[in-house]
Design a protein around this ligand. Structure first.
Ligand code: SAM
Ligand code: SF4
Ligand code: SF4
Length: 373
């Protein structure tokens, strides 16, 4: 008989099982943390696996054949994800983003989308249900995702030049396949599509203008993301961050831009439009302009740990509550207490620090592929 292997991989990060208060409370549809920030946005990581090895996220040296991914039984099931999502929606979440790892690698992901798209906000509205993908499987899956009720997709693409893109994804994946995914997603109605480009100085900054020229005059919105010090495996250095202000200056020198107002206070991207009226771009300045003051995002890891900040070092084990028989009212009350106690503002503290980082112990930071970007 085969030996039973007891997985230890899901104990990789510190976490605590949340206390369940005796006094249960009904969700009111709005909840604020210790700094007055609401809970509007939930990101759910559906897998910690990926078919890319982006140098800034899952570098090959660490995420190699010996890397211990989460065992299947550690992952939240679709029923568990939907149950937790319902609890969060009752507390005011209006937008859910599926992410990972690469979310399209999760088997039957369209079935999860269908389950989540059936949820309604307390005032009876459908959710804004989106997904972030590297685009590699998008052409194949876009129609099923649309049919299941997905509202939009965000596609990551760091370069239009094949050699640069292959150096960034580190698995020899060609640009054309991602562009095809974007086209198909647009055709089936998953737009407006946002295209995310992480800018790493010295790696792909020469691609800023070609990307801007390419996506100008298309219905897609190109967004430039500052390379972040998330996780502890990408060897992040402040010198490799190209500030958004420089990106704007560069594009504006060739394709004149004018600023737009944000759609809402908790929107992460600063918006600009081309002065000739041919579309807009976004800038996500996670490093040079902290947006902690309006951060309304919670993250649910692949194995059901709640993180109240992308840079948190410890999660709250909601899966333990689910699997030990707690009911929705108990879990909802526990989540309310966790959110009310939230005081995270890592990027704001980083901005004040002289070392360019705000954690004493960087090795404990949770990886982006686990917590979801
Ligand atoms: N695999 C999917 C993808 O790449 O779109 C979804 C997960 S990925 C972790 C989500 C987003 O995080 C992507 O747009 C990716 O480019 C971004 N990202 C990953 N590591 C980053 C880093 N160190 N700094 C800034 N953005 C990062
Ligand atoms: Fe995979 Fe996305 Fe991370 Fe790239 S950024 S390694 S595609 S999870
Ligand atoms: Fe939100 Fe944390 Fe990012 Fe600040 S650092 S914006 S609190 S996720």
């Amino acid at each position: 008989m085969a030996e039973k292997i007891i997985p230890i991989a899901d104990q990789r990060y510190p976490h605590a099982v949340p206390a369940v208060p005796r006094q249960l409370e009904a969700p009111s549809g709005e909840i604020t943390d210790s700094l007055g920030r609401s809970l509007h946005d939930l990101r759910i990581s559906v897998t910690d696996r990926c078919n890319f090895r982006c140098v800034y996220c899952m570098p090959k040296e660490i995420f190699d054949h010996g890397y211990a991914y989460l065992p299947h039984q550690s992952l939240l099931s679709f029923e568990e994800i939907t149950r937790l999502a319902r609890v969060f929606v009752a507390h005011g979440v209006r937008k859910i983003r599926l992410t990972g790892g690469e979310p399209l690698l999760r088997k039957d992901i369209d079935k999860l989308v269908a389950m989540l798209s059936a949820l309604r906000t307390p005032d009876g509205k459908p959710l804004d249900l989106t997904l972030t993908t590297n685009g590699s499987l998008l052409a194949r899956k876009a129609q099923a995702l649309k049919d299941a009720g997905l509202t939009r997709v965000t596609v990551s693409l760091d370069s239009l030049d094949d050699a640069t893109f292959k150096r960034m994804n580190d698995v020899d994946f060609p640009v054309t396949e991602v562009l095809r995914g974007i086209d198909v997603a647009h055709e089936v109605g998953l737009g407006p599509i946002k295209v995310n480009m992480v800018v790493k100085r010295g790696a792909n900054d020469q691609e800023i203008l070609p990307m801007a020229r390419h996506f100008k005059d298309t219905p897609h919105i190109l967004r430039f993301i500052e390379y972040m010090d998330v996780g502890s495996s990408n060897g992040w250095k402040m010198d490799e961050v190209l500030p958004s202000a420089e990106v704007v200056r560069l594009i504006d020198s060739e394709l004149p831009l004018t600023p737009l107002t944000r759609h809402s206070a908790d929107e992460t991207a600063e918006r600009w439009r081309y002065r000739d009226g041919s579309g807009e771009i976004g800038l996500i300045s996670s490093v040079t302009r902290a947006f902690c003051g309006d951060c309304s995002r919670a993250r649910l890891s692949t194995e059901g740990k709640l993180y109240t900040c992308l840079f948190a070092t410890a999660g709250h084990d909601l899966r333990a509550l689910l699997r030990s028989g707690h009911d929705d009212a108990q879990i909802s009350t526990a989540v309310a207490h966790l959110w009310r106690a939230r005081e995270d503002r890592y990027s704001a503290l980083r901005a004040q620090s002289t070392e360019g980082t705000a954690h004493a112990n960087e090795t404990k930071r949770v990886e982006m592929s686990y917590i979801g970007g």
